[in-house]
Design a protein around this ligand. Structure first.
Ligand code: SF4
Length: 412
């Protein structure tokens, strides 16, 4: 396919595809999906080899958010049954982080619900970052605390944060349809503040909220213009009790096309599969490793992912390897550019670090599971009927009941 050859050439040169080319990737048929994955896989391997970076989410503060993001299980007035708790103590957060690091993660993402931190919250998170860094040598730390006020990014950087995550989520044109309590411009402003403070910027999107192909291309082109080091791609988990609970409109093939488009438009950045991996890619998850070079290990903020051990087995079986703490994530030219502006990470050199997720992005509401919930009859001899690819898989969404904020061991 000429389109794919052109996109591979452009990806290897870091040249921006045209909007028409990006739209054409999303419009390819299911028959062509393996060709699309193979082409984008060449770009992924050129910049990132066969390494997979593992990131680990620690939800510092869950639920009780005054904002109204429609995709989020922590939003104002949601009735989702998620864990609700206020700030974790630094030692508890550090213990949760240590579990993820022991499981193979090199980055810890510290997330808190809310519109944005107060200065006191920043002090609190600074203490948590210090505790984690003292107790876990070489760890990368990314903060995701919502909209930042002047000076807060600098204070997080001074405290040792390597990165800051704040997702654009969707196109500027549709932003007001998903959230009314803050604007797209607010989000862009926070990503720019993180950049300006020398933090590695992490910003991504949520697919599956009823947006058009043009909206998806818009947000990914906007992300390329913002130039984050990492781009988390969330697939909406329509959690019961949120306004988007009925938005089941992704198939595994659609998710693969979206990831391929993101890889072609942002060829040399860390593309991370975030929330919704288990729910929407399902048994096609290993194919997606040919497109993304980064995933979250274990559970999400408010929902459960597949077992951390299953994540590791999937990576090995698909012929990839977990990126070690001594390995540099980003291509050399990005590391040099970050060093030039005194930036936190993008890699892992120089004792700093970063990442991306976010309740403010959607890992908050992202789930996973894959357990036998929902009345499955295990051990039955009756013929099992496979659900259709586009069917709503509410059976795969499980609210998180372990790890941070509970007495149970985390999934890592
Ligand atoms: S995404 Fe963040 S700001 Fe929006 S409702 Fe959820 S926790 Fe609050």
């Amino acid at each position: 396919m000429d389109l794919l050859n052109t996109l591979v050439d452009k990806g290897l040169r870091r040249e921006l595809p045209t909007r028409e080319e990006a739209l054409a990737v999303l419009a390819t048929s299911d028959d062509d999906v393996l060709d699309v994955v193979a082409a984008a896989g060449k770009v992924r391997r050129h910049w990132f080899g066969r390494r997979v970076k593992l990131n680990y989410l620690v939800n510092l503060k869950s639920g009780l958010c005054p904002e109204d993001c429609s995709y989020c299980s922590q939003r104002l007035g949601s009735d989702t049954g998620i864990l609700k708790y206020t700030w974790l103590k630094p030692d508890d957060a550090s213990r949760a982080a240590a579990a993820g690091l022991a499981g193979g993660a090199k980055r810890v993402c510290l997330v808190a619900s809310g519109r944005g931190p107060t200065d006191r919250d920043v002090d609190r998170v600074a203490g948590t970052i210090k505790a984690i860094k003292e107790q876990n040598e070489g760890v990368e730390v990314c903060a995701c605390l919502g909209l930042l006020s002047d000076g807060q990014a600098e204070r997080l950087r001074e405290a040792g944060a390597d990165a800051y995550n704040h997702n654009l989520n969707t196109s500027e044109g549709t932003y007001a349809d998903i959230t009314t309590t803050h604007t797209y411009a607010d989000r862009v402003d926070t990503v720019n503040k993180a950049h300006a403070a020398g933090l590695s910027a992490c910003s991504g999107l949520i697919a599956g909220m009823g947006e058009s192909d043009a909206d998806l291309v818009d947000v990914v082109f906007s992300l390329r213009a913002l130039d984050p080091d990492s781009v988390p791609v969330n697939f909406l988990i329509p959690v019961e009790g949120t306004p988007l609970a009925k938005e089941w409109n992704l198939t595994p093939q659609r998710c693969l096309r979206i990831l391929a488009m993101v890889r072609f438009v942002c060829p040399d950045v860390e593309v991370r599969i975030a929330g919704g991996r288990e729910v929407h890619l399902r048994t096609m998850q290993p194919l997606a490793l040919n497109l993304a070079n980064s995933i979250f290990l274990g559970d999400y903020l408010t929902t459960e992912g597949q077992a951390g051990k299953a994540d590791l087995e999937m990576i090995a079986d698909a012929g990839f390897e977990v990126e070690g703490t001594g390995e540099v994530t980003l291509p050399e030219h990005r590391v040099e550019a970050a060093a030039g502006r005194g930036s936190g990470c993008g890699s892992h050199e120089g004792g700093s670090s970063h990442e991306g997720c976010g309740s403010h992005g959607s890992c908050g509401s992202a789930g996973g599971c894959g357990s036998h919930e929902g009345g499955d009859v295990c051990g039955t001899t009756a013929a099992q009927e496979a659900p259709a690819a586009q069917e709503a898989r509410t059976d795969l969404v499980a609210v998180r009941r372990r790890g941070a904020g509970t007495d149970l061991a985390p999934n890592a």
